[in-house]
Design a protein around this ligand. Structure first.
Ligand code: GMT
Length: 374
């Protein structure tokens, strides 16, 4: 098959899913064309079946806002026509679904269209009156829709008027690549003293991630058992992390790692992953941690309970209940046997329920079904 992937290239779960799916499909022999404004950050190695088409946006002075969506639609159309693409797959509805719809209109019957709903494209955009109607309209123009969790599927059906069925296809992880590799990382080099615990949070530091809770949980844990915290990623709430690090007097214990490509190395020396988000349609970062044998402390929100089993591969609490999150984290960290069992259960959960090969096959089946209708 010849597939066009339209996604965000920057750090974020929807771009990661699009890229990992594209690489997987390319390994199966399909031809995959990424169409976006920058090279997806996880698209590192050369692959003869993978192509990248950069969207150039005109910044002619008459434009107050450069017309990215038109440039994207135009690029999708050009690539699809030249390369004979059969499937256009948008990851994250806003604005990719509209661009794919416009390109498909221009292409006539040549392509079948799919949108994967990832999270805030439904949970936040559906509430934004400036985008709601066009998002709903374009979603309804797709030949197929998928959602990354059962929870997101139900939220989408409730909050938007969607006529087509939504296929629930969970996110996935390549457990051959995402596995604990202690040789990749040294706690000594990270300046974490022997015997102290290492917690990690990875995100795009937006408000929904509740960075203040990450910092409060860490402060509480550190008060009970000396620990360090790695903050990986960047975003608007980074300032909150800096402020609270200073206010809580934790400067020598919080490591600001910034955007990192090799999270396996960092996860491989971590004891616990923190994800106390307000909203989280799936929590791909938590799944990647679990694959690396890192138990998760997270909130009961969105699709997280579909990923992390409370009391088995991690511990879940109501959003904002940092007192319980601290107690859970301390209970796990202070009992090495329990920690070992949870780490093993986390890995088992990732390999048994979210293996890339099994889940990516569901996308292939969906594409084939769409093409058989042509
Ligand atoms: O919806 C977003 O916040 C953006 C998106 C992204 O690109 O990071 O994150 C969502 O998609 C991920 C991949 O499917 C999920 O793992 C995240 O849970 C989800 N984020 C939210 O729902 C907040």
């Amino acid at each position: 098959m010849k597939i066009g992937m339209v996604c965000y290239p920057s750090y974020g779960g929807s771009g990661v899913v699009a890229t990992e799916l594209g690489i997987h499909l390319a390994n199966l022999g399909h031809e995959v064309h990424f169409i976006t404004y920058d090279k997806p950050f996880r698209l590192i190695e050369f692959h003869e079946n993978i192509f990248f088409h950069e969207v150039d946006v005109s910044n002619y002075p008459v434009f107050k806002y450069p017309p990215y969506i038109l440039a994207l639609a135009n690029k999708i159309y050009e690539v699809a026509r030249r390369e004979g693409l059969q499937i256009l797959h948008a990851h994250y509805a806003v604005p990719h679904t509209m661009a794919v719809h416009m390109a498909a209109q221009m292409l006539g019957d040549q392509v079948r269209t799919v949108t994967t709903l990832h999270g805030t494209d439904v949970t936040i955009m559906a509430e934004d009156q400036s985008l709601r109607d066009i998002t709903e309209f374009s979603i309804n123009q797709m030949d197929a829709l998928t959602a990354v969790s059962e929870d997101l599927k139900q939220v989408a059906l409730k909050s938007l008027s969607i006529s087509a069925p939504i296929h629930m296809i969970h996110n996935f992880v390549n457990t051959a690549q995402y596995r604990k590799m202690p040789a990749l990382c040294s706690r000594a080099r990270l300046k974490v003293p022997e015997g102290q615990k290492l917690l990690i949070h990875i995100s795009n530091f937006r408000t929904v991630k509740r960075i203040q809770d990450v910092m409060e949980i860490f402060r509480g844990v550190n008060a009970e058992c000396p620990a360090h915290l790695m903050l990986v990623g960047d975003g608007p709430e980074m300032r909150t992390a800096y402020e609270l690090t200073d206010r809580f007097n934790l400067r020598d214990r919080v490591h600001f790692m910034g955007k990192q490509d090799n999270v396996v190395a960092l996860l491989s020396c971590s004891d616990l992953f923190l994800l106390p988000s307000e909203k989280e349609s799936f929590g791909l970062a938590a799944l990647e941690a679990m694959a690396c044998e890192v138990p998760v402390i997270a909130s009961i929100t969105g699709g997280i309970p579909e990923v992390v089993e409370d009391g088995v591969s991690g511990a879940l609490s109501e959003v904002g209940d940092t007192a319980k999150m601290i107690a859970d984290a301390v209970a796990i960290l202070s009992n090495p046997e329990r920690h070992r069992a949870m780490a093993a259960a986390a890995r088992h959960r990732a390999t048994s329920a979210f293996e890339e090969q099994t889940i990516a096959a569901q996308y292939v089946t969906l594409y084939e079904a769409l093409l058989s209708q042509v």
